[in-house]
Design a protein around this ligand. Sequence first.
Ligand code: CP3
Length: 377
Amino acid sequence: MENPFCKRQLNFFKPILFITDHSLLVIMSHLKNDILLRVLRGEKVERPPVWMMRQAGRYLPEYMVLREKYSFFERCQVPELACEITLQPIDIVGVDAAILFSDILVVPQAMGLEVELVESKGPILPAPIKTLSDFDRIRVPDVHETLQYVFDAIELTKKELNGRVPLIGFAGAPWTILCYMVQGKGSKTFDEAKAFCYSQPSMAHRLLQMITDTTIAYLKEQVKAGVDVIQVFDSWGGLLGPDDFENISLKYTRQIINALKDEVLTIIFAKGAWHSLESMSETGARGLGIDWCITPQMARELAGNKITLQGNFDPAKLLSPIPVIKKEVKKMLNDFGGQCHIANLGHGILPNTPVDHAKAFVETVKEWKKESVMRDQ
Ligand code: CP3
């Protein structure tokens, strides 16, 4: 069914019924700020909710203090540290949602591969998957044995959040995880991962299915531990053409969404895969992330009126002077039309972003009123 709120240029403040629904939902969800959940359910909202991908990270001096003291995986594996880092952007920048501090690469690690995070080089997997015999080193793990620390961090974080904002859990899409498991490191093209899929398709599909099964079990436990929303990150989806994206990536992400859609609200962020917005909108996901290489209007046409869109501010634009940021954020908000939109970046925040600029992004969304902006123009 079409969602009338997803159409652009809506009249604001309409039915009384909505107000009644809203107060009921606030009671139901025990959240003081549940605007993210309401927009994902397709309800009318007073303004778009706002959070930033990679909001817990190196642009925050408070994160850097903990980074000096503890290794990356210590920060992920000690629930008190993961919790503290998760809460930092809520307290400092004022976003409408927390995203658990962790990493998509904990999944290949739980499957049996060694993962290192090397300063200024990014992730390194010293013994990647290349041949059939490499499958002897990996398995679909018991997620309680391997990833219990994530569920503990979620429980602690939910307690510490005390209903202030919802908590987002996440995992990588199977294709993006395969990229790292096969290439063994970051890459602009992931050519070895693609060559593996094109020249050894049955092995590639076996690996993708193992990642999918692990991810489903992992995310189901994240939900049991208390996350309110799940985002699937397909950071490298845009490296595949439309047919390969369907066959190598979306086919597996679809299984994940299908397994979760009745339990939790889900968002797919497949960077660069604008060509498949329509197919992604039919998965049962309630939100789709988009990057800055597509206009909100084009994305809405492709995705249809049933789904919430998330994005799409160019993270590099947060390096502009604050007045420019404010002007550009207002333009983005107007282009999305105020409903069925989660204000976010089109990819992760850059480590050299001044904290004041991140705050300006968030504050501009919170203060935005469609009417007043249109008057100013
Ligand atoms: O969004 C958040 O604040 C939650 C935490 C989070 C991290 N990684 C922490 C992190 C999330 C959601 C991720 C997802 C992730 N990890 C993705 C998908 C999103 C995207 O940005 O495309 C990918 C591809 C990874 C893999 C990964 N982890 C890379 C490529 C790197 C190194 C590059 C970089 O940004 O530093 C990491 C390390 C990483 N994961 C850091 C953080 C805060 C930096 C660690 C540090 O140096 O302190």
